[in-house]
Design a protein around this ligand. Structure first.
Ligand code: PLP
Length: 448
């Protein structure tokens, strides 16, 4: 009997023992093609020698030094690389400083507290409210959960969550009117932000937080072109900070190191994690503008936040090796090429499928929204747990994919997300689509 507190105690988990490129291998010797990078984490696959060697090399000389006493070369070098890339790739980049944490939720907590402290430093103490979007996930700690909009995740903890205001996501498949252009739709939903700021009073609003490509809660949902430009304008007009959560969609997953570069904007604060350490070490980061950092330097002189493992040297060394791999091996180009190939193969296999409503995403972050009926876009009954059936059937066929429920409103709708490692080739694309087709078919056949 296991003493591990498994999140789904009724599930018999295979024991993972080894990794081989994009495959994970269990104790029985079964191989699983990792078509979701766990949860969009393992962007270099599971046996990257350069990252493993960097970790070993770092631990051999220094495994840990508390950030209250020391900085480290690995943290300094990694911050330099992340900021240099932001300056190179983001139009009108504002990001200048990097605060290292251990994961995405910690990055969210740091971002929210930094936004609040910034306004205290610049003598605007009334600004404390956060605006977010309904279909969003920013982490499972209480602050991150409070700004996230997914009803299912929030519901048990609702009485414990700080207030936040939620506006519509940019979800053209379901919300764009038939007579509306994509541009007009994007403007209409972005303008909900302005309405919310005016309603709350601009002098009370600290920040707006959003995922450039929505991940876990909506299945690789990208915005329509122009949406984020409008959002950026509105934030600037009212002095509201823009926090972009690139925990899932960042670090090359969309074919760009920073997903927001494709939208032509830069945030005031950016959160990243997952692909930052590629799963080899737990690491996340919050990047912020010089203006925010300087407000602290010239104000209180102290960011009133922290954790034991911020700037963990081994995690930073691993992440630095990940950055080198991303930029030296043409891997982002491979994300774009294999992403287009996977998209094409999915379109060919499922484009006319009676239960696939939309295939969407960017780069190697792709999703299929499942529907009971294509014409009406009606979702499956959540009680059928279609997403759980797909996961089971996929695992039985040696495929890891990321099916989730609650796609439409946190309660209804199912999707499957794919986020394979950046190292995949055409043979893996075919294997993913074949096995997914079999798993989807078996899951649908199993419905009562
Ligand atoms: N933000 C986004 C967009 C995420 O997808 C996630 C995790 O899935 C998080 C934040 C939370 O990250 P973590 O699970 O590392 O705390």
């Amino acid at each position: 009997m296991s003493h591990v507190f498994h999140r789904q105690p009724a599930t018999a988990y295979p024991v993972a023992v080894a990794g081989d490129g994009p495959y994970l291998i269990d104790a029985a010797g079964r191989r699983y093609l990792d078509a979701c990078g766990g949860a969009a984490v393992s962007c270099l696959g599971h046996s990257d020698t350069a990252v493993r060697d960097a970790i070993k090399g770092q631990v051999d000389s220094l495994a840990y030094a508390h950030s209250a006493f020391f900085t480290t070369q690995a943290a300094e070098d990694l911050a330099d690389v992340l900021i240099a890339r932001a300056a190179e790739t983001m139009p009108n980049n504002r990001l200048d400083k990097v605060y290292f944490v251990s994961g995405g939720s910690e990055a969210a907590e740091a971002a929210l507290k930094l936004a609040r402290q910034y306004f205290l430093e610049i003598c605007q103490p009334g600004r404390h409210r956060i605006i977010a979007r309904r279909q969003s996930y920013h982490g499972n700690t209480l602050g991150a959960l409070a700004v996230g909009g997914n009803q299912w995740r929030r519901q048990p903890f609702e009485p414990m969550l700080m207030p936040a205001t939620h506006i519509a996501p940019c979800y053209a498949y379901r919300d764009r009117r038939e007579d509306e252009s994509e541009a007009a739709y994007g403007q209409r939903v972005a303008d909900e932000l302005e309405a919310a700021i005016l309603d709350l009073g601009p002098e009370t609003v600290a920040a707006f937080i959003a995922e450039p490509v929505v991940g876990a809660t909506a299945g690789a949902l990208p915005p329509v072109p122009g949406y984020f430009r409008r959002i950026r304008e509105i934030c600037d007009r009212y002095g509201v900070l823009l926090i972009l959560d690139e925990v899932m969609c960042g670090m090359g997953r969309t074919g760009h190191l920073y997903a927001c570069a494709e939208d032509g904007i830069a945030p005031d604060i950016l959160m990243t994690a997952k692909g930052l350490g590629a799963g080899y070490q737990p690491i996340g980061a919050m990047l912020c503008s010089a203006a925010i950092y300087d407000a602290i330097v010239t104000g209180s002189g102290f960011f009133q936040h922290g954790h034991t493992y911020i700037g963990h040297v081994t995690a930073c060394a691993a992440s630095l090796a990940v950055q080198r791999r991303l930029h030296e091996g043409g891997l982002l180009e491979n994300v774009r090429v294999q992403g287009a190939a996977l998209r094409q193969a999915l379109d060919a296999a499922f484009g006319q499928h009676p239960h696939v409503g939309e295939i969407r995403g960017r780069g190697l972050m792709l999703g299929l929204e499942l529907v009971a009926d294509r014409a009406s876009k009606a979702p499956f009954d959540p009680a059928l747990k279609l997403n759980a059936r797909i996961k089971r059937e996929a695992m039985a066929r040696g495929l890891m994919c990321y099916p989730m429920g609650g796609t439409i409103d946190g309660r209804h709708g199912d999707h499957v997300m794919l986020a394979p490692p950046f190292i995949i080739g055409p043979e893996h694309v075919s294997e993913i689509v074949d096995r997914l087709g079999q798993a989807l078919g078996a899951a649908l056949d199993s419905l009562p």
